[in-house]
Ligand binder design. Structure first.
Ligand code: PGA
Length: 252
């Protein structure tokens, strides 16, 4: 199997100001020795992507965005931001299909897939998020729901993607799945990607997201099939995010 460099991504959501961008330099100061072993990514609000890229110059911290338009071509779409613009600003990744976009903006799998396709066409790596709700897990449907989301949200024919498994009920809360539950869904996601891409799936990193913190990071990373994390709250402060990155076994 191809070696996959772990990816630990910070999703700042709608938090932060220009002054928060100094966290990027502070983060680099803490994680530089681990940069060959683990890739660190920060996804600030779109308005700050260009400045974040500037802050990250001279470091190996990657910068990404949190969403993009499904429409690739320049066109009259007030308020939309294209993947090509994000790439032009220096972004390398873009998160698509985050559960907050799916639930707060009614984004279905088909739209998530078009956003991922637009990202790929612009040379960005889409981080495609999937995950079941609490009710779906309680009903024993977690695997079926996540498998269907992967099949419908991941584009065909281009495996230059990242998938993030983020159980909706674990985001922004206090509870996380057990190590066995994480491993089970990661195995299912991997099998679904293999069915789609064949051997090409071996390079796809599958991240876990949902209440990852300095406290539980080592446990999360110990789950089989976890290639890194997508981190919300604990990515806003360099000290916390660095502790998570340095907690990865590859960083030791
Ligand atoms: P959280 O968010 O780490 O604050 O739970 C994760 C996410 O939504 O990506």
């Amino acid at each position: 199997m191809a070696a996959r460099k772990p990816l630990i991504a910070g999703n700042w959501k709608m938090f932060g100001r220009q002054s928060s961008l100094s966290e990027i330099k502070a983060l680099w100061g803490a994680i530089a020795p681990a940069a060959e072993a683990v890739e660190a990514l920060i996804c600030p609000p779109a308005v700050y992507v260009g400045q974040a890229v500037w802050q990250a110059r001279g470091t190996q911290i990657s910068i990404g965005a949190q969403d993009c338009s499904a429409v690739g071509d320049d066109s009259a779409r007030t308020g939309e931001i294209s993947a090509a613009m994000l790439a032009d600003a220096g972004a390398k990744y873009v998160i698509v299909g985050h559960s907050e976009r799916r639930s707060q903006h009614g984004e279905p799998d088909a739209l998530v897939r078009r956003k991922a396709e637009a990202a790929l066409a612009a040379g960005l790596i889409p981080i495609i998020c999937v995950g079941e709700t609490q009710v779906e897990r309680a009903d024993g449907r977690a695997s079926a729901v996540v498998g269907a989301q992967v099949r419908s949200s991941v584009p065909d024919g281009n495996a230059a993607i990242v998938v993030a498994y983020e159980p909706v009920w674990a985001i922004g809360g206090a509870s996380t799945p057990t190590v066995a539950e994480i491993a089970e869904i990661h195995g299912l996601v991997r099998a679904t990607l293999v069915a789609k891409f064949g051997e090409g799936a071996s390079g796809v990193r599958i991240l876990y997201g949902g209440s990852v913190s300095p406290k539980n990071a080592a446990e999360v990373f110990s789950a089989e099939g976890v290639d890194g994390a997508l981190v919300g709250r604990a990515s806003l402060k360099a000290a916390d995010f660095a502790a998570i990155i340095l907690g990865h076994p590859a960083a030791k």
